[in-house]
Design a protein around this ligand. Structure first.
Ligand SMILES: Nc1ncnc2c1ncn2[C@@H]1O[C@H](COP(=O)(O)OP(=O)(O)O)[C@@H](O)[C@H]1O
Length: 285
């Protein structure tokens, strides 16, 4: 989109909504453009969707209810009790009457900036987040969300932003538009699956690393087996040496016993006797 055309849209918005809404819209447009740059989304579409997202905020509650009813965009319950979300749907359904060149993607992002939807596009998420964290907004958790920009993936940033908006609705005792309940639940499930997949990707060795790890494991097992076999052989050798020593000991003991027995059996007469002068006396047989 040309800068001139963007400027025409900006002026049309300025003429349509009150000053504070116009400032908010400029903030959302700039923030959406920044987020789009960071997360690789079409910046021009993000800027336009951000600029025009609150186009129908100029209508009163009754006008919005009538418009939504006429366009069959919302049931009675939402029209009556969650009137705040209607402007996103009515704008998405009619903005092409004003600006025919708006793409389906831009209109969808505008239509989803309050309740979101199951299966948000990147542009949808960028515009949703920008609406909540643009510089003019202030609420307790906002700095945490702003600090997460670029630090976490777009899905996670959107999840945290959606949750913050959800908690705001609960804390303010507001009716939660029914489509948001399905959106919230699907976001929780998607996030759980995403975190599990990320953990699994971190734990599992990839490609070459995997085969290298397998080879290493096989080599370790082979060496452990060799060590076990060597240990068994050493144990057998120790046992054989002990056995040999035992047999030797037995033999020694037997020989000593035999020698002792032989000595004991030697007759007195066979003993050599000596006379006092040293002459040998040979006993008579
Ligand atoms: N899921 C929802 N259910 C009911 N109300 C919602 C929901 N989401 C947003 N709203 C309310 O609808 C209004 C429109 O939101 P938004 O366009 O961001 O307006 P604003 O810029 O004035 O906050 C807000 O008051 C918001 O609290």
């Amino acid at each position: 989109m040309s800068p001139d055309r963007f400027d025409e849209m900006r002026q049309a918005l300025q003429a349509r909504v009150k000053a504070s809404r116009y400032r908010h819209s400029l903030g959302v447009s700039q923030t959406a453009e920044q987020l789009a740059r960071i997360y690789g989304v079409n910046q021009s579409e993000a800027a336009v969707a951000g600029l025009l997202h609150d186009w129908d905020k100029s209508l009163t509650g009754d006008e919005l209810k009538r418009k939504a009813k006429k366009l069959k965009l919302a049931g009675k319950e939402v029209r009556e009790h969650a009137t705040g979300v209607l402007h996103s749907w009515t704008a998405a359904a009619t903005l092409r009457d004003e600006f025919p060149e708006l793409s389906d993607a831009v209109l969808q992002a505008i239509g989803r900036h309050t309740c979101g939807a199951v299966g948000m596009s990147d542009l949808d998420m960028v515009v949703f987040v920008a609406d909540i964290i643009e510089p003019g907004r202030d609420f307790p958790d906002i700095e945490g969300l702003r600090a997460a920009v670029g630090e976490v993936c777009l899905e996670e940033l959107f999840y945290r932003t959606y949750k913050a908006n959800f908690m705001y609705l609960l804390s303010a005792d507001m009716v939660v538009a029914p489509p948001s309940l399905d959106v919230y639940n699907s976001l929780v499930v998607e996030r759980k699956e995403r975190l599990e997949a990320e953990r699994a990707a971190c734990d599992a060795p990839a490609g070459d690393e995997a085969s290298e790890a397998q080879l290493l494991a096989v080599e370790i097992a082979r060496r452990e087996q060799l060590a076990r076999e060597a240990e068994q052989q050493m144990a057998l050798a120790r046992k054989a040496a002990e056995e040999r020593e035992r047999v030797r000991e037995e033999k020694r003991a037997k020989m000593q016993a035999e020698a002792a027995e032989a000595r004991a059996k030697q007759p007195e007469k066979s003993k050599v006797e000596c006379t006092p002068n040293g002459a040998r006396i040979i006993p008579i047989q």
